[in-house]
Ligand binder design. Structure first.
Ligand code: MG
Length: 159
């Protein structure tokens, strides 16, 4: 049986924070503000996977009230999510995601992000697709106030 899930995430961009996306440190004057490393791409994918398997959401599995997840590496959170999924009898089939960020342009980094996600998810590289968009100068993304990510994941029951 196949199931699909959607995940979204959004963080404020602030000066003095590192910007981490798909486990890659992006050269940017601003980074995403959050409890963990605020990797919106990893967070959206975690929610998509959990959603697909009917396992709730990231806030349930990694509560920001728990000091354990303070400055946590989101790639490690993703690996833990894959374990949770496995224990529930599912595996990930493919992931598609979009990151919305005004600048810098992410084109050059998409391959590295996909590589990190491929390793964390235990998926072949061609089953992961990452897209990058800007806000065209409008809205919270366009003015550089926020970074957003959207992901869908398909999971299949283990047989
Ligand atoms: Mg988040």
């Amino acid at each position: 049986m196949f199931r699909v899930g959607i995940g979204t995430d959004k963080h404020r961009l602030v000066f003095g924070k590192q910007l981490v996306l798909g486990g890659v440190i992006v050269d940017s004057p601003k980074g995403a503000f959050g409890h963990s490393d605020a990797d919106v791409l990893a967070h959206a994918i975690i929610d998509a996977i959990l959603g697909a398997a009917g396992l709730g959401d990231i806030g349930h599995h990694f509560p920001d009230s728990d000091p354990k997840w303070k400055d946590a590496n989101s790639i490690e959170m993703l690996k833990k999510t894959v374990e949770t999924l496995k224990n529930a009898g599912y595996h990930v089939v493919n992931v598609d995601a979009s990151v919305h960020l005004e600048k810098p342009k992410l084109g050059r980094l998409k391959g590295e992000m996909a590589g990190n996600l491929s390793a964390a998810l235990g998926l072949p590289r061609h089953m992961i697709n990452i897209k990058a968009k800007t806000g065209e100068g409008s809205g919270e993304v366009g003015t550089g106030e926020t970074i957003e990510a959207y992901a869908v994941a398909m999971v299949e029951t283990n047989t």
